[in-house]
Write a protein that binds this ligand. Structure first.
Ligand code: AMP
Ligand code: MG
Length: 288
């Protein structure tokens, strides 16, 4: 065991959105629940990766043997909040074979012809998989609300619709973990500057990021409302401070680990007569 660096309060407790949650007062450099520093977090992250990897394999095996469980990690956050880093450093610790990753951008002409949840349903993880949404149906009450892409009463209707949709997803066997990565305005400026100053980061830069930044208060308000209206017992929201990347990664890993552990899966029983197969193996003569 590590003497330093541990969860004093589990991430699921420390980060969960509850009644009265106030995003405006949320410290984006804080490290809720974690007692250690960056160095201990990195060690913990590696250890966590091993555990995630084993549980993911169990989930995959469960799916292969007819089980119906899956996990869906929803990642939301403003540009530069670190969604991509979570995918690379947290999801990256498990076998890519068992991951179904989907990024949601501006709807394509085909997507636009359907209900906004259509593309989301299509992307839900099949049994045995960890689904990861890099942005999600929440864009339909965030950017869509801020940019007034649909009438206000339609946005208003969507919160309830999303709640019932998620209830349905959970009832079908999927554990839903919703994560909002919250970066500060200052840290975002630094990260955007880096994207402009470093040739290896230019590809990440999008002029639209500044437009969204200009509407920061409106986005924060839209997040506050979305969190309040859609944090449920079946599909909870966790708000993760994202100014320290090491913390955000450790925290999201811990949330994912909790979800996988919560499935309480065992290795599936062999569907063959193991002893008989062993005898066949011993008796086999491939050399002919
Ligand atoms: P990125 O994730 O940085 O590749 O950017 C994707 C962009 O697509 C972001 O600016 C999102 O706000 C935008 N986007 C995602 N979903 C929607 C949606 N339903 N309607 C409009 N814009 C969206
Ligand atoms: Mg972007």
């Amino acid at each position: 065991m590590h003497a330093v660096g541990r969860w004093e309060t589990p991430a699921t407790e420390a980060l969960r959105v509850r009644e009265g949650f106030d995003l405006a007062a949320f410290d984006r450099r804080s490290t809720p629940g974690w007692s250690g520093d960056k160095t201990t977090a990195k060690a913990a992250l590696a250890e966590q990766g091993d555990r995630l990897s084993e549980l993911q394999e169990k989930l995959f095996a469960h799916g292969r043997s007819g089980g119906d469980r899956s996990v869906l990690l929803v990642l939301q956050g403003m540009d530069t909040a670190g969604k991509g880093g979570i995918v690379r450093h947290v999801i990256g610790t498990v076998d890519p074979q068992g991951v179904a990753l989907r990024s949601f951008g501006v709807p394509t002409p085909e997507e636009r012809e359907h209900h906004y949840l259509w593309r989301i349903r299509e992307a839900l993880p099949r049994p045995g998989y960890i689904g990861v949404f890099d942005r999600s149906h929440y864009e339909d009450v965030l950017v869509v609300k801020v940019e007034q892409l649909v009438p206000a009463d339609e946005v208003e209707r969507r919160y309830d619709e999303i709640r019932s949709f998620e209830d349905e997803v959970v009832a079908s066997g999927t554990r839903v973990v919703k994560v909002a990565l919250m970066v500060s305005l200052d840290e975002q400026a630094q990260r955007l500057r880096e994207r402009l100053e470093r040739p290896d980061k230019h590809w990440k830069y999008n002029p639209g990021d500044i437009d969204a930044r200009e509407r920061w208060p409106l986005y924060q308000e839209a997040y506050q409302v979305a969190l309040e209206r859609t944090a449920t017992d079946t599909a909870p929201w966790y708000v993760v401070p994202a100014d320290r990347k090491w913390y955000a990664r450790l925290a999201v890993g811990a949330l994912l680990l909790d979800a996988l552990q919560g499935l309480d899966l065992d290795w599936p029983e062999a569907d063959v007569d193991v002893a008989a197969e062993l005898r066949r193996l011993e008796a086999s003569h491939p050399e002919g």
